[in-house]
Unconditional design. Sequence first.
Length: 374
Amino acid sequence: MEFETRAIHVGQDPDPHTGAVSVPIYQTSTFVQDGVGEHRGYEYARTGNPTRTALQTVLASLEGTDAAVCFASGLAAEDAVFRLLAPGDHVVIADDVYGGTWRQLDRVHARFGVTSSAVDLTDLDAVAAALRPTTRIVWAETPSNPRLEVLDLAALATLAHDHGAWLVADNTFATPYLQQPAALGADLVVHSTTKYLGGHSDVVGGAVCTSAPLAEQLAFLQNAVGAVPGPFDAWLTLRGIKTLGVRMQRHCANAARIAAFLEADPRVAEVRYPGLASHPGHALASRQMRAAGGMVSLRVAAGGDAARRVATATRLFWLAESLGGVESLIEHPGVMTHASVAGTALQVPDDLLRLSVGIEAVDDLLADLDRALG
Ligand SMILES: Cc1ncc(COP(=O)(O)O)c(C=O)c1O
């Protein structure tokens, strides 16, 4: 079955009791047992819930992995991955990642003895030099947040595996519709399902898609630590995923038009969009991704103060954190999503703005940006 068909059908058969075509929201905390220790697959809703199972099943199919394990947020999913490590283990992490990922590694897991090095993962020699005998994870985000770097997942997987490490790919920006990291060698694929997978800015969630043995360890952590999504959150994410393909097509088409418009505008010093020939990762993105995605970053020629004014002057691009919803958003990463990396190697430029291009009519979005830049 093709991607769009699987997004609607896998794990989502009509309810056998009623014929309901929408997976029921199993709003229950526990499940009656037929005898002591004899249950029908579900015993307690932290351990498992049928609505969550449907979501995990379709996500694994879309990412092409054995299994998926869902969490209450993207950061809860990442926390479970880092908990696979032990004190003394080392992580090589991209020097352009979501600020919260860095904060979790640097300020939470570091306290339990996990060490890390932030490295430019576009530079494979630098990655090779950073790998240590204790390195267990190479953590890649591509396209990255917020500079939209494109990373060579196949090459990173080879490097990581040669050193006995896992490649973890944060596929939040691309989604499985545009790229499937597991097919390129990634061992674990993490998601903030809050973003494109949910797609409507109405739910927070996370997932890890991986092999059966690693999924078993993660399911243990999911149950033991407990950061599970509620059934309604799982259902909202399932509903979003049904339209992922058509939404991504429109996000990509709109973002490509906006990136081209901004690149030709002298009020903009630089545009970062993997679909532009000027992007250093353009050829790699063309090989690795079906299309270039819905995120565009730009540097405002008149500097940081001007960038902050532009961010508050748009009317359709709402000033907000997050991304991947049907509505367009604008943000200033230095002050907003990436404030936690200020003063570190991951600091982002003050004149940088990040756009999450929605699926509105593109001419309205272009007019909004033109007016705000003015
Ligand atoms: C690329 C990326 N990964 C992970 C996360 C964290 O996900 P959540 O906010 O669902 O915890 C985010 C959030 O913005 C993100 O942008």
